[in-house]
Write a protein that binds this ligand. Sequence first.
Ligand code: NAD
Ligand code: ZN
Length: 379
Amino acid sequence: MVNTAGQVIRCKAAVAWEAGKPLVIETVEVAPPQKMEVRLKVLYTSLCRTDVYFWEATGQKPLFPRILGHEASGIVESIGEGVTDVQPGDHVFPVFTGECKECVHCKSKESNMCNLLRINTDRGVMIHDGKSRFSINGKPIFHFVGTSTFSEYTVVHVGCVAKINPLAPLDKVCGVSCGITTGLGAALNVAKPPKGSTVAVFGLGTVGLAAAEGARIAGASRIIGVDLNSSKFELATKFGVTEFVNPKEHNKPVQEVIAEMTDGGVDRSIECTGNVDAMISAFECVHDGWGVAVIVGIPHKDAVFKTHPMKLLQERTLKGTFFGNFKASDLPSLVEKYMNKELELEKFITHEIPFTEINKAFEYMLKGEGLRCIIRMDG
Ligand code: NAD
Ligand code: ZN
């Protein structure tokens, strides 16, 4: 690599200029990393539903022009003042759930909600100086969740990078930086289904199917997949889903359908749709006495979760999680699991495209086609 440290880099980025309009590949200027920041060369990125919500900006706060993207893998190009954890050349993930390593959350084994670097979808600038590192002819372009990976180079806080095994294939492991880890963790760290239990998973996208995979690994014996799109069902069998329910095919609420299938309700449910009605159904379909429901989907900004408090009194538990309660520092060990063939990642990749065709990834997701689409930045 040519030494570009300390210099502004001109490179290609896919800019979202307006809500819902196709991204435009532009030449952007990426400023050098400042104090406690790292500049990354992104090699692979993929589209997660959360990017789509902030691009559509119908249920989320609009902030444009912006460089979206948070699921990615790459290499450290240069480091700013005070950075000692990574060096140029290191293979890394950018991570939207960062770790300052000093706050009460970082010191707690139970939380990944770092006071400084937890997900913030409304901030479009760097924490250090409140400015953007991206510009086009001097006009700033906003960041997204501290990662902005739809760019050949991006600047992130050092607490938002996870250094991984340099032998890991960066395209295959890309999904570990968001969707796969979120779903796996929602099952393994939060829902914690006992051996032999029954688990319902709402939403059979990458996050939901990673949750199903987590439930299978935990030893669940029945995994009920719930999706409005029946074309997801065939693929879902590869992830341990044993039964399917399409709520549109029933004339009663899906929680009642599930209660009938399971003699009173499932032991665990994991919601991965972002739809508040599905969240309510996911909660109400767990068995009284012990059932636990976990909310993972990102809701509409005005959504209200409504249920009768009696459902809680009857000893059901409702939980939520960002990033499956994993910390950025847990990611290297997930990559090792993949390297040791204990975790399958390839089956989440259904499409691959060059960066210039990034809008196709949005089309696939909007059509509900497949799972992750890997975007090659050198294309
Ligand atoms: P996706 O679009 O690939 O999958 C979502 C699936 O849900 C689709 O198959 C869709 O048909 C289904 N669905 C939508 N509404 C439904 C409903 N009412 N009932 C049943 N099924 C329904 O999305 P994804 O990338 O897998 O992400 C899933 C959700 O998780 C999104 O809301 C995303 O924003 C969220 N997410 C949360 C975190 C976190 O840290 N909490 C991280 C990543 C993604
Ligand atoms: Zn995501």
